[in-house]
Design a protein around this ligand. Structure first.
Ligand SMILES: C[S@@+](CC[C@H](N)C(=O)[O-])C[C@H]1O[C@@H](n2cnc3c(N)ncnc32)[C@H](O)[C@@H]1O
Length: 300
């Protein structure tokens, strides 16, 4: 029995209520209620915290939006928050165990002792409230892509620099640095993520000069980077990524590659079209569950 729950609140046109209930139940919600608010219906649903991550909730919200648009009704207002977050902060840790990712990594919660003589590279993590425990398919796809780029090209990796846009817990930057990249420039619009990335860099004994983290987005990188980077990682949502892609060029050189995730399969075409329009070639497209990850490079 979970102690900590997502409370999902949806304010919708009454015509959409059944469809919203169906989506919430399919999503795994275990309790729902609804009431009238003015001319709308207010639906609440509950889900154990460990059953969904923020990207899943954002995807659910997108599905509500698309349902409404497809029948020309107003887009529902959707909010979610954790109930009992204070207890959750210590409670959820019980459920998180060391997790192997790809061929190289073992993501290890900071409060557990890592295995002695590990065969894998240990990535210590305490994400706090930031996204990026390694549990989500998109984070895994990005780490595996970085592994392919860095571990498999060991001769070329020494001088690699990386931009990590939407760094969350810092897991991707830290993974790249542990694989031998020289420096990562990480940004996130959420100040809690910035703090989490800096703390996780310390946990992994990564020098502050190798992982430079600041609050902001790609505009912050454009302002501050003295030179273009060798690689870009960006695991956010498709709508955000589509807006960011036209700015990738400003921090790139002709050989720059990218790892892009946070994209649902049915949004892949829109992202691929934008990449192509902006001079990026999709080298591989990996998928896991309903998510995909683009490995891209500049079109020569
Ligand atoms: C899905 S999490 C990814 C975290 C981590 N990189 C990973 O792969 O697990 C997305 C992160 O992007 C941040 N974010 C959202 N929009 C952004 C934007 N426009 N620019 C930079 N960061 C953004 C969020 O605050 C969140 O921490």
């Amino acid at each position: 029995m979970a102690n900590h729950w997502w409370e999902i609140q949806v304010l919708c046109d009454p015509t959409l209520e059944d469809l919203i209930f169906w989506r919430l139940q399919t999503f795994g919600c275990q309790g729902t209620s609804s009431e009238t608010k003015g001319t709308s219906r207010f639906v609440q649903a509950y889900l154990p915290q460990e059953a969904a991550q923020l990207l899943d909730l954002a995807a659910l919200s997108l599905a509500f939006r698309q349902d409404a648009i497809s029948v020309s009704l107003p887009v529902p207002g959707v909010h979610w928050h954790l109930i009992d977050e204070e207890d959750w902060a210590s409670g959820w840790k019980k459920y998180w165990q060391p997790q192997p990712i790809g061929d190289c990594f073992l993501v290890c919660p900071a409060w557990l002792s890592p295995p002695e003589a590990p065969e894998r590279t240990i990535l210590h993590l305490d994400p706090g409230v930031a996204f990026g425990t390694g549990d989500h398919a998109t984070t895994q796809l990005c780490l595996e892509s970085l592994e392919m780029r860095l571990a498999l090209n060991s001769g070329e990796k020494q001088n690699i620099t990386l931009a990590d846009i939407g760094c969350g817990s810092g897991i991707l930057s830290i993974g790249a640095l542990l694989l031998g990249a020289e420096r990562a420039y990480a940004v996130d619009t959420d100040p809690l993520a910035v703090r989490s990335t800096a703390a996780n860099a310390k946990l992994n004994e990564i020098d502050g000069d190798r992982l430079r983290v600041s609050q902001g987005s790609i505009d912050r990188l454009i302002e501050t980077l003295a030179e273009p980077v060798d690689g870009i990682v960006c695991n956010i949502l498709a709508e955000v990524i589509i807006d960011l892609i036209p700015h990738f060029e400003a921090i790139s050189k002709p050989t720059t590659w990218g790892v892009i995730s946070g994209v649902l399969l049915d949004q892949a075409k829109a992202v691929a079209d934008t990449l192509e329009q902006q001079g990026w070639m999709v080298a591989t497209l990996w998928r896991r569950k309903e998510w995909c990850c683009f490995n891209i490079r500049r079109e020569q």
